[in-house]
Design a protein around this ligand. Structure first.
Ligand code: MN
Length: 492
């Protein structure tokens, strides 16, 4: 039985619905890892109090899912932090954390088309015309300087007006009124191309915003699959069955039948309004811009809908899109360095740092892998040998410290296309202002193979393997004593 089949069998045993929606995932958490899911009954304010609690948990390195059941001034509960750990992302696609990258790549290669259904829970409440009121949603204000409440877990569905091809991606939306949202999408993102295409025809771009769904659906929305490929197909593969979708009420788009909330609207051509500051994925504020707006035409939601938010500029915001970037870099590098072993973008790297391990077979392959990986959003690329555990920062920094010569193994490439969002991005002329260029750094920390490099000093592997700790350290008291005496030594 493969891991996914096993997971589904488990779900059936604990009476989780066969439909993979947000509720089925929460039930799964409740039954399997209750310590990972908290329900807050105390009344909370969606302005700063929700994120302040999450920050307090972050301070003690805790990232549980939190459901705020009692939100001041609102009927709907708020759910946060669902995507804050790799372990939960892995659980969402039915594998253990060390299989996340492999399984995600497998799903990208095996898309499953969505099925159109007539109706679904998302149509339990339909609000159009005068009934549309965004201020009834408990939209969260996340960070101190944010310009207002922001929808941060909104998957935006759009179509290319030429080809009719659908796209799903996540972009930030600021609450501006009962029927108005500020909207910003980065240049070059797939939603941005669809917006440019509609505006070329002087037409508004129709949008549908999905809020609240199974984390595998969110995982799919953050993919790096090529423009023109529908993320709904990937979502189907990730949740393990075709995504059921229904037609929207006021726009020519389709949305998941089991989503919690959907907002329908359109982006009028060439209308811009001030938007941001907003805490972004790199944990800094993105400054005020003139951004497009969305005129909202309808809101549909489940009867007892859960409003989902993502704690922006914090761990959840970073972690939720790391596996997708790792997958993209993995495929890219693997095509030129077949002995690529593993890829990781550490959470502390703010999506800008990637570490690769390779089994080096030919001299120069470290830099070759680094160059291939640099054609991505990563600006700092570290390449190590396959004896280094890339999930262990200590091991990686040890390799950099002991296997590199800065003059030939640290290579920087200035003036490479970036996005204008990173705090270090710059323009060509003055370099002082924000622009769409940045500098790539490749650190080749692989050992040379053309001549002997010193061997890592370790006791013989087979002797280590045969040690059973309990046979040597029988009483816990002894271990404590050892720790204490070493602590004392450190102080001296
Ligand atoms: Mn896309």
């Amino acid at each position: 039985m493969d891991l996914k089949t096993e997971l589904r069998a488990n779900n059936e045993k604990i009476n989780v619905s066969k439909i993979n929606d947000l509720r089925s995932f929460l039930k799964l958490l409740e039954s399997q890892t209750p310590e990972d899911f908290f329900k807050v009954k105390k009344e909370v304010n969606p302005k700063f109090e929700v994120t302040a609690l999450l920050k307090k948990l972050e301070n003690i390195s805790k990232f549980p899912v939190v459901l705020f059941e009692n939100v001041k001034g609102y009927k709907m509960p708020i759910l946060a932090n669902v995507h804050a750990t790799r372990e939960r992302l892995a659980k969402a696609i039915g594998v253990s954390e060390n299989m996340l990258l492999n399984e995600y790549i497998k799903c990208e290669e095996n898309p499953v088309e969505p099925t159109i259904v007539k109706s679904g829970p998302i149509k339990e409440t339909i609000l159009i015309k005068d009934d549309v009121d965004l201020t009834k949603l408990p939209i969260v204000t996340h960070n101190k300087r944010d310009s207002g409440p922001y929808i941060s877990a909104g998957i935006v569905v759009t179509k290319n007006l030429d080809t009719g091809k659908r796209n799903e991606g996540m972009y930030r939306m600021m609450l501006k009124g009962k029927k108005k949202l500020g909207f910003w999408v980065g240049e070059g993102q797939h939603g941005w191309y669809n917006l440019q295409k509609a505006w070329e025809f002087k037409k508004p771009l129709e949008v549908a915003v999905i809020i609240g769904h199974h984390p595998a659906v969110y995982l799919g929305s953050q993919s790096r699959i090529p423009y023109g490929k529908d993320e709904y197909n990937l979502m189907g593969s990730l949740i393990g069955s075709p995504l059921e979708i229904v037609k929207c009420e006021t726009v020519d788009l389709e949305v998941p039948a089991y989503a919690e909330i959907v907002i329908e609207g359109e982006i009028p051509p060439y209308i811009f309004e001030p938007e941001a500051p907003f805490g972004e994925y790199h944990w800094y504020y993105g400054e005020e811009r003139n951004s497009p707006i969305i005129n909202v035409k309808a809101i549909t939601h489940r009867r007892d809908a859960i409003y989902q938010t993502i704690f922006t500029a914090h761990q959840e915001h970073t972690v939720m899109s790391l596996p997708q970037s790792e997958a993209s870099i993995y495929k890219h590098v693997k095509s030129v360095v077949p002995t690529l072993n593993n890829v990781i973008m550490p959470t502390w790297g703010g999506k800008y740092t990637v570490i690769l391990s390779i089994k080096k077979m030919v001299e120069g392959q470290g830099k070759f892998a680094g160059i291939a990986a640099s054609a991505s959003e990563a600006k700092n690329i570290i390449v190590v040998d396959d004896d280094i555990d890339i999930k262990n920062d200590q091991d990686v920094f040890w390799a950099i410290a002991t296997r590199t010569h800065a003059d030939k193994d640290f290579i920087s490439i200035p003036d490479v296309k970036s996005s204008s969002l990173p705090p270090t991005s710059y323009n060509l002329r003055t370099r002082a202002e924000r622009g769409s260029l940045d500098v790539k750094l490749i650190i080749d920390a692989t050992k040379p193979i053309d001549f002997q490099f010193p061997e890592r000093a370790e006791p013989p592997e087979e002797v280590v393997k045969n040690i059973i700790l309990d046979e040597y350290l029988q009483k816990k008291v002894n271990i404590k004593k050892i720790q204490k005496s070493s602590d004392i030594n450190k102080k001296i």
